[in-house]
Write a protein that binds this ligand. Structure first.
Ligand code: DIG
Ligand code: MN
Ligand code: MN
Length: 389
């Protein structure tokens, strides 16, 4: 009998090729290891219960490869996927590594750069569909500024809109059926990145030609870099029907984008996140956009991957324990006590409801006196997470 912490394909855990492929380089140091190649990574994950891998175009096909080299790489990778049963649910484009995109791709002032970026995305969408990818992610790592005099910020947003509208139409015209997921980040590598939070992306999506085909790909570290509560950001996206994908990792507050192992920091927010994803029926991939520490060798990199999935499943079990806990249920019964009559006034405006509410007698002191045992409730969360409940 498998332990409840043993990953299964049904859990839909996925990893970007760049995660196990990360060679341990950072802005202040050279690589400390050889990253897993795409085929090595697929074979390393095959027996871990992982469901899939995802890629930027150049994670699989190096920039500048010939058509023949691309064909060989694609063929070898397809064989590895067939051998292992690993899927490719998501694809995306690297519009941030090459110098040509140093001042943005879609938001560049140079129409030649923008057109080249369009070409790269179109070809990358074709490549993703060769592997059956269903979700296409856009992360605008270079779509930003250090010098706001360099371009009008509203023009930058309109260029983003032109680009996303164009690729949505391409997907429809090709019959690809992609669902698009926009990933926000407030800064790094640019001083400021346009559309910096998941909330900003939700507002942007509403301005698109076909907003129903576009959602968000929130990332733990990216909202936390902004000092935001990631669980709240995801809850809003889910409420809007826009949680098309999610990037899971760990992050210490107030630091650069660390992309740590999922659950490595802020286990409590990760707990409420997993409780939401599992309890509200999110059915997309649980994608780890993270990498092992620079100090890790290959064996530790694999431990990193297994740890991401194990942490998720531990928190999934803790969430079930929390919701079944007698003391939690007793407190919930008290703080979530409904009043069907009164609540009927609070949704669905009618003139009568407004009139009745305006004339109703309330006792604010009595309302204020109702007990809210949140200390006891939060201690119960702590007890459960610490395994002493
Ligand atoms: C960074 O968080 C971004 C890139 O790794 C990629 O474009 C996207 C995919 O999840 N996340
Ligand atoms: Mn990140
Ligand atoms: Mn990400």
């Amino acid at each position: 009998m498998d332990s409840p912490y043993t990953p299964q394909k049904a859990h839909k855990f996925t990893f970007g090729l760049w995660t196990l492929g990360n060679p341990g380089r950072d802005p202040f140091g050279e690589p400390t290891r050889k990253g897993y190649s795409p085929v090595e990574m697929v074979e390393a994950l095959a027996d871990t219960g992982a469901y899939g891998v995802n890629f930027h175009d150049n994670d699989l096909v190096p920039f500048g490869s010939s058509a023949q080299e691309q064909d060989r790489i694609v063929s070898e990778f397809k064989q590895a996927l067939q051998r292992t049963g690993i899927a490719v649910p998501m694809a995306t484009t690297n519009l941030f590594s090459q110098p040509v995109f140093k001042d943005g791709a879609f938001t560049s002032n140079d129409p030649g750069v923008r057109a080249f970026a369009y070409q790269k995305v179109l070809r990358s969408m074709d490549l993703g569909k060769e592997f059956g990818a269903e979700t296409y992610v856009f992360w605008g790592g270079r779509e930003g500024a250090e010098v706001d005099a360099s371009k009008e910020a509203d023009v930058a947003v309109s260029r983003m809109r032109d680009a996303i509208n164009f690729f949505v139409e391409y997907s429809e015209d090709q019959g690809y059926g992609y669902k698009f997921a926009l990933e926000a980040k407030p800064n790094e590598p640019r001083g400021d990145i346009y559309l910096p939070t998941t909330g900003a992306m939700l507002g942007f999506i509403a301005t698109l030609d076909k907003p129903h085909l576009v959602g968000v790909n929130p990332e733990v570290a990216h909202e936390q870099i902004s000092g935001l509560n990631f669980y709240h950001a995801v809850a809003q996206a889910f409420d809007a029907g826009k949680l098309f994908h999610i990037d899971l990792n760990g992050q210490k507050p107030g630091r650069f984008d660390q992309d740590l192992r999922f659950g490595q920091e802020d286990a409590k927010n990760a707990f409420f996140l997993v409780r939401l994803l599992e309890g509200k029926g999110y059915n997309g991939p649980r994608h780890f956009d993270a990498h092992a520490l620079r100090t890790s060798d290959h064996a530790d990199v694999l431990a990193f991957a297994k740890g991401c999935m194990r942490s998720y499943l531990i928190l999934k079990e803790k969430a079930a324990q929390f919701d079944a806990d007698p003391e939690v249920r007793e407190i919930f019964a008290q703080i979530h006590a409904g009043d069907a009559g009164l609540e009927s006034y609070l949704t669905g405006f009618t003139k009568d409801k407004a009139t009745a509410l305006k004339s109703r007698a309330f006792d604010p002191a009595a309302l204020a006196a109702k007990p809210l045992p949140y200390e006891r409730l939060d201690q119960r969360v702590f007890d459960i997470l610490m395994g002493v409940a």
